[in-house]
Ligand binder design. Sequence first.
Ligand code: KG4
Ligand code: ZN
Length: 335
Amino acid sequence: MKSIYILAIETSCDETSVAIIKNGHKCIALTVLSQMDVHASFGGVVPEIASRLHTENITMVLAATLKKAHMKLTDIDAFAVTNAPGLIGSLLVGLECAKTLAFIYNKPLITVNHLAGHIYANNLVNKMVFPLLALIVSGGHTELTIMEDDYKFRELGKTLDDAIGESYDKVARILDMPYPGGPNVERSAFKGHPTYKLSVPMKDNGYNFSFSGLKSNIINLVHNEHQRGNEINKNDLACSFQTTAVAEILNKVELALKNNPEIKHMLIAGGVSANKYLRRQLKKLCRKYKVKLSLPKFIYCTDNAAMIGAAAYPLYLKKAFSDFSVSVKSNESLV
Ligand code: KG4
Ligand code: ZN
């Protein structure tokens, strides 16, 4: 059977990325140009700057990826692009680029949901086996979903307020650590102990998450200690936060595994899936329930176009193509 090469583009936030994926699971070439350093000085992503930088860089990133793959645009079978959810101006840069290429080379255009991309990043490591439990933990989303088959999602629960990555970033800001906070809080937590008693986010029996109470708890704690003239042990507070936040996630995952014994596979997706403490705890839990856990490679955890190419492949097989009237959406759920 002829191999299918998909050229994928991801520009939903602050990474300009292009990849070429063969048959949905083999990454031939990937380029990720991060704007993180520029946004770090503002303490977070500035949408206007993000879209301007995507516009400046997309052609260069595209050329670099083709060069790495030793391929030409005429070798490509389809053009895939993230069109939701994300920053409107940023998404538009990627979408217009993909539309132009699909039009010029007369090949299908495939639009991909960014969260589906994070999930399908797992296909670049191990083939996804259904039914599976997917835990999405990113800067914008925290979600537990059962996947019965390709693109058949049954949402169990999601965050009612902040996403887990957002909480990491906010806690980092409270502790004077640079953006993006996740990796810095993780490093700091590694050196500390969970000595601070923080409130447990959700004490119910449902699948929804909540992280804003935990954040407020930390803000108040830091404020009160400062007022008393006490020093905060940042490593211990980072560790206490991480232990509590991950425990919240683990509780819901355990509930899902208990209530759905037919699930034998689980995967994690999104930027926070790079967190080693979360990975370790999930491995233990999955071992307990005899569930196979798939962990994406670190390079495929945060935003990248390889995951978009992997997610586009089942859509290519189903001929689920988009026409040129398709647009971008700042919000779009998986179901
Ligand atoms: O998936 P992603 O790259 O972007 C979104 O789609 O949102 O996720 C970015 C988020 C940021 O909040 C970042 O702080 C967090 O993932 N993150 C981490 C780690 N690496 C990235 N959080 C905790 N531990 C990490 N190692
Ligand atoms: Zn993402």
